[in-house]
Design a protein around this ligand. Structure first.
Ligand code: ATP
Ligand code: LTN
Length: 331
């Protein structure tokens, strides 16, 4: 039997999972899980690089696991696990930090963007975070990493570190490829369509969360910023409209051209109403399943326990090899 290639991805349990995370990442995880040996993480150790309230973080980690499953991640096919339950992530991150140059971390645009937002809390975890992400990926010898556009640079660093380690200490890590979807890899904010939609955005009118009530979705889409030009047409110089067309296309599984031709002469109000309906249709089954799952938290916890056990066995194999190769005495 030939071994399936490995796919791995993760999301930080910060803020509220939003349609950008779904369209840019989770939706693709679901479609890959049949053909890949899949691991999907809730990367809680990453999330403490920004300020989190402990009680909320705890609750959110469980809620995100339920949302992964509600979106279609099947725990019988894929490993779903909490990053901090597998101690090897931190161990490998430390080893990788010894071959990472400061210049490489200085170039990371996510660090620069997040530092601007964080004010006085520019901590060193925020800075070294790409090393932990590289460890997440290399620990499981992942072949493919489905993420949004914003993670491309971190994936490049991961590959550079893998090559460097392999050259220095002999072949150890698989070189991972990013998978970034052609449409939906950069969903934009509803109120500020020049910025990306982000689940930790404090202004909830900028995002649609996976758990938003249908009436809230209608309101948020109604208020979404567009422009004063007429005609519903995809045009990069009209970023608000271009984003809404992308959302329509991805939520309804229709091409942008088809939607343009259907609404070319329509008013924004009609287009927006149908878009909100289309998003609500996409979210309805997810929300229904989520409610059921959250009524049985012990089930979610058992999935996470099982996920951590399965992941730990694999993580141990890699770290054991890495420690031997760099010259640490066997424990
Ligand atoms: P935060 O605001 O809490 O930093 P985020 O929304 O940027 O969160 P992450 O946890 O950093 O989300 O990323 C989860 C996944 O969602 C990653 O694969 C990321 O590339 C993807 N993603 C994040 N934002 C977008 C977006 N605007 N469009 C498409 N994909 C996105
Ligand atoms: N850095 C990512 C989250 C993340 C990740 C990973 C994604 C952490 N570890 C491993 C893919 C693979 C982010 O902020 N979106």
């Amino acid at each position: 039997m030939s071994k399936k290639p490995v796919i791995l991805s993760g999301i930080q349990p910060s803020g509220n999972l939003c349609i950008a995370n779904y369209m840019g990442a989770i939706k693709n995880w679901v479609s890959f899980q049949n053909d890949y040996d899949s691991i999907f993480l809730i990367v809680d150790l990453h999330s403490i690089s920004t300020m989190q309230k402990p009680s909320e973080l705890r609750q959110r980690s469980l809620s995100f696991a339920a949302q992964y499953i509600a979106c279609g991640i099947d725990p019988d096919k894929s490993i779903i696990a909490i990053q901090s339950h597998i101690k090897e992530h931190v161990e490998l991150a430390w080893v990788l930090s010894s071959i990472t140059y400061l210049g490489e971390l200085n170039r990371m645009t996510q660090f620069k963007d997040k530092s601007k937002k964080q004010g006085s809390n520019i901590n060193s975890a925020l800075y070294t975070y790409p090393i932990l992400m590289a460890a997440d990926i290399l620990l499981y010898q992942a072949n493919l990493v489905p993420v949004g556009q914003d993670q491309k640079q971190h994936l490049e660093l991961t590959r550079d570190l893998a090559v460097r380690f392999n050259n220095q200490f002999s072949e150890t890590f698989t070189l991972p490829e990013p998978y970034i979807p052609k449409i939906g890899s950069r969903i934009m904010s509803l109120q500020k369509p020049d910025n990306k939609m982000s689940k930790s955005d404090e202004n909830l009118n900028n995002i649609i969360t996976l758990l938003d009530d249908p009436n809230i979705v209608i309101k948020k889409i109604k208020r979404a910023v567009t422009d004063s030009k007429s005609g519903i047409k995809y045009d990069v110089s009209r970023p608000g409209l271009a984003n809404l067309l992308t959302l329509f296309s991805l939520s309804s599984n229709q091409s942008i051209e088809k939607i343009e031709s259907q609404y070319s002469e329509s008013m924004y109000s009609v287009f927006k109403k149908d878009l909100a309906d289309s998003i609500n249709e996409m979210l309805r089954p997810i929300q229904k399943e989520y409610k059921l799952l959250m009524n049985d938290k012990s089930y979610i916890k058992s999935i996470l326990e099982n996920g951590a056990k399965r992941a730990s066995l694999r993580a141990y194999k890699t770290i054991d090899k890495v420690y031997r190769k760099i010259g640490l005495l066997k424990r």
